[in-house]
Design a protein around this ligand. Structure first.
Ligand SMILES: C[S@@+](CC[C@H](N)C(=O)[O-])C[C@H]1O[C@@H](n2cnc3c(N)ncnc32)[C@H](O)[C@@H]1O
Length: 288
């Protein structure tokens, strides 16, 4: 293999795959790397209906975690344009390694975002973990692009009379996890709303978005929905197949019960994807 195509994903180790990408070709990286907390994507995890959760999530040991993180970040540093940005998700367990690798590979930290989600299970002897870290970094602070009014205008007012523009810009993001009841799923999936927010503030249509650790393919799928170009890698074949199917068939959720009749949450209109909002979700009016 000597060349990779954009708008395609690959069943490859990203440390190998990224070597085939041209330098300074990527506008935005959104990624949620493996955890190194001996997370086993066993079907019993998270108390989910066993047969619908894909197995085989590829984990990195705690001892190797810093070297591994430094390696992939160094590769990304070369691939990112000067105008580009990267958002790296991390639990608190390995945050130290992630932050050190960010510094050592040359990135500048722009924000440290907290994603607050619902876990839904009460713990008895400690507090419930209900947040994730998201480190927003760039290569060149002066050239970094940020589309400040992509979601709310300066004067957008919410139901409680507060500024939506301000609230949306706070660095604690309260976004619910998605439960795909009855559908095929992978154990660690970023919600659509979270990826959409990042894409809107840090990219434009036709920009190229990379996720080296695709999992279920959420970053590529949502990028495609918003008319961004995408590329990405996933080392586990089952996950790759799952993500590839979603992208090729333009589907958001794959129904397990009706295997050949996926739930279509997207249509493919002339210019790409559209997303059909589930009926019970309230539409918030946005001003631009
Ligand atoms: C935390 S998950 C990503 C979940 C994803 N953000 C989603 O929304 O579904 C990390 C993924 O990286 C994959 N992975 C681990 N090491 C990898 C490597 N060297 N190259 C590519 N993928 C890898 C794992 O198999 C796993 O699916």
């Amino acid at each position: 293999m000597d060349k990779l195509n954009f708008n395609e994903i690959y069943n490859l180790d990203c440390l190998e795959g990224m070597r085939y990408l041209p330098p300074a070709s990527i506008d935005l990286v959104i990624t949620d790397p493996p955890f190194a907390i001996e997370f086993k994507a066993k079907r019993a995890n998270y108390n989910r209906t066993a047969s619908r959760v894909l197995e085989g999530y590829n984990e990195i040991s705690k001892e190797e975690y810093y070297d591994f993180t430094f390696k992939w970040m160094t590769l990304i540093y070369k691939l990112l344009k000067d105008t580009g940005s990267m958002y790296v998700f991390s639990g608190w367990n390995n945050l130290k390694d992630v932050l050190t690798a960010i510094d050592e590979s040359g990135f500048k930290v722009v924000n440290h975002i907290i994603w607050k989600y619902q876990f839904g299970v009460v713990t008895q002897r400690k507090f419930v973990t209900s947040h994730y870290h998201c480190i927003y970094v760039c290569k060149n602070e002066a050239k970094r692009r940020f589309f400040s009014y992509a979601r709310y205008g300066k004067d957008s007012i919410g139901l409680n009379g507060g500024s939506l523009h301000y609230e949306d810009k706070e660095d604690v993001w309260n976004i619910k996890r998605e439960y795909w009841n009855g559908d095929q799923k992978t154990p660690t999936k970023l919600p659509l709303e979270l990826i959409k927010k990042i894409l809107m503030y840090s990219s434009e249509e036709r920009d190229l978005v990379l996720d080296p650790f695709l999992g279920s393919g959420q970053v590529a799928v949502v990028s495609k929905m918003l008319n961004r170009q995408y590329i990405g890698f996933e080392i586990v074949k089952d996950y790759y197949d799952f993500a590839k199917k979603r992208l090729d068939q333009n589907i958001y959720r794959i129904s397990e019960e009706s295997k050949n009749q996926p739930i279509l949450l997207f249509d493919k209109p002339k210019n790409g994807f559209s997303y059909k909002r589930p009926r019970n979700r309230r539409k918030i009016k946005r001003h631009s």
